[in-house]
Ligand binder design. Sequence first.
Ligand SMILES: [Zn+2]
Length: 459
Amino acid sequence: MSSSMRFLLLAIVCSLSFTPGFCQKEEGGKSTFCYDGDCAPRYWGGQCSTGSGQSPIDIRDNGKNNVGTGILYFTDVCWQDHNFILENNGHTAEASIGPNRTSRCFLSGDGEPDGILGRSYVFSQVHFHWGSDTQGKNGTEHSFNGITYALEAHFVHFSSEYKTLEEAVSSNQPRSVAVVAVIFQLTNKDNEALTPIIKALRQLKRSGDKTKGYGLNLMDILRPTNGKTYLTRYEGSLTTPQCAEVVSWVVFNDPRSFVSPYQLKVFRSILDQRERTLENNVRPTQAINDRRIRFFRTSIAYRELYAMEGHFVHYSSEFNSLNDALASNQSGALSVVAVLYQVSQSENQAFNPILNVLSQVVNSGNSVQGTDLNLWKLLPQQPGKIYNYQYDGSLTTPSCNEVVLWNVLISESHISQQQLTQFRKAIDSHEEPMENNFRPIQALNNRIIRVYESQLFSQ
Ligand SMILES: [Zn+2]
């Protein structure tokens, strides 16, 4: 993988490095790396030469032995039908969908025996590695019992505890980045999921060129079939300098995706930073050493995100106040009922008492007296039985005290787009518009989620 940030890191290390050939290429003040000649992988510096947990690797087991089971979750709202920017950065073609979108694209994975990912990650970009031969036999970075295929896509994510991919990489912490690798095999048929990328690629030529693309559906590229996916999980590194050992790798072994000779030819039509055809942008496989390689049979699932969530916060009647309940640090001292609001054409009148006074509390620290709030009407207005998820959790804001019995109602309510816009006019304590004020999803670990059939009563 590549990013301009890592060029900067490279520049710093170069001044300290005496590795032959490495850092000889200077371009506009930036150091570069390449895949052949005197800037080839064997001359790469940093952890590329000193590390012991490097990527890619040859995956030697076919996953039939010792397979765990699990689910890999993606939020679908951000993965479909997107405008995107495709860039030739001299090492690869990299597609990004803009920070406003990516801030809502999460990846997480639950699984047995001890978890696929264990935390949630935010999507950053997808890029590709490919070969030069017409048989499509040398293009993937990861290999399977020594066999490589035509093309490998890397869906790069950073741990949601960081703000950007750059911040996650510079932390140098294991597992601060997660990359999902998809393997493409050469077939005669065009892969339609790649069409938006191929169209945009045809607008690119030189290193540094960028173009806009349309209609990218990342989930279609990621998921060749609807069935089970066998994947490999291991801890490794970036596959480009400085090869930081920060990556939780999720390599899809089976089923593989596919790419046509024409599509592969378009990938090979762009130029690297030396104005040569960009091909074989593949780092050789690295020693596994004492790393644990795990295999999972998983389902890929979408998590749906709603437009808005209301938290109705209660404290146990054994305390005198919310603060007392929080200070107790006892689980179940608070109970929060969460209501999910879907965007609808019609307004939800129940929000009007709040929206009528919201303009008077636009700035952080303001408060105002409102009237006529009917909390009951903010709950789902569905007659009869409803379902709810119940689990023991925490506040979703600091100090994230683990004192909350959560009840998330499965029946949803609604809000109009115009009403949502009014909420977004509020200003937060950093004087920024108050939006995306949600915490990323957290690991379930071994907690149990109970599902109840209930009925809402007002007494
Ligand atoms: Zn990569």
